[in-house]
Design a protein around this ligand. Structure first.
Ligand code: SF4
Ligand code: SF4
Length: 264
């Protein structure tokens, strides 16, 4: 994955990929909700759907990403839905040794405090490494990383490193050439995940990843409580509040809900 600052151009063909991925994502999330499955199943199924789109991208051969190339994880802020954060927390609890888990929790706590300080303008705006990035430069939750992490591919590794250097100096404006089709498919799937959660009265807001995983990891029955509509992410950093329980939705006035055509 890479910097949030990149602005890919969007052709009609790429827009249609976004819409198709949105439709497929909606069907999948509706089914997952009916099945009431575990969050690791959710992330597996979302990843499978996303993988089919990523395979088809005409820019696949030009991707320049490789394992242990962490500039993006050191620079970009990753936002995720509650479901994705819960899946990461379940994976950490299931697969990490106690001392590893302790170290990850400490990193997540540190990153969350620094982000809060930046948000409150008590600390300078500098890139913060993701709290889930390992000391070896690899993602500690690679199989269950959020959809956005697995859907962003740079076409030039050097540009990612340059963007990281510039961001450390306070300039976040660098753009990176990206696999556009992969981004559009990823945006479609992520967007439909948020929308369907909201339509079912669940929390479909976006949260800064480290802070959300830190919350989820401390609640063993997190998915069950989330599906029971408990507001368990109230202490995470919400980066896109577009629905309850973070944002009150004001219904449209009655006259806007009437049919557009006048009665004869
Ligand atoms: S090339 Fe860029 S986007 Fe790809 S893994 Fe490396 S830093 Fe991340
Ligand atoms: S979750 Fe993994 S891939 Fe995503 S930003 Fe964090 S370390 Fe990188």
């Amino acid at each position: 994955m890479a910097s949030n600052n990149a602005k890919p151009s969007v052709s009609p063909q790429i827009t249609s990929i976004f819409h198709q991925a949105s439709r497929d994502g909606r069907q999948l999330v509706e089914r997952l909700l009916r099945q009431n499955g575990e969050s690791l199943d959710w992330i597996d199924d979302l990843r499978q759907l996303q993988g089919r789109y990523l395979e088809k991208s005409p820019q696949k051969a030009q991707r320049d990403c490789s394992a242990g190339c962490p500039a993006c994880c050191m620079t970009a802020q990753v936002d995720a839905t509650p479901i994705e954060a819960i899946a990461v927390s379940e994976y950490l609890r299931a697969y990490l040794e106690p001392d590893e888990l302790y170290a990850v929790k400490a990193r997540l706590t540190r990153v969350t405090k620094l982000r809060e300080a930046q948000l409150n303008a008590q600390a300078p705006q500098r890139p913060l490494a993701c709290g889930l990035l390992g000391m070896d430069g690899k993602c500690t939750v690679y199989p269950v990383r959020p959809v956005v992490c697995s859907g962003v591919f740079s076409l030039n590794q050097n540009e990612c490193r340059k963007a990281e250097r510039e961001a450390k100096a306070g300039d976040f404006s660098q753009s990176i050439p990206l696999d556009n089709e992969a981004i559009q498919a990823t945006g479609g799937i992520s967007g439909s995940l948020q929308r369907v959660l909201v339509e079912h009265g669940l929390d479909g807001n976006l949260y800064e990843l480290s802070s959300a995983v830190l919350v989820a990891i401390q609640i063993p029955d997190c998915l069950e409580r989330f599906l029971n509509r408990e507001d368990i992410f109230k202490n995470a950093i919400c980066t896109d509040a577009h629905s309850p329980p973070r944002k009150r939705i004001v219904p449209a006035p009655k006259f806007l809900r009437r049919p557009a055509s006048r009665p004869a």
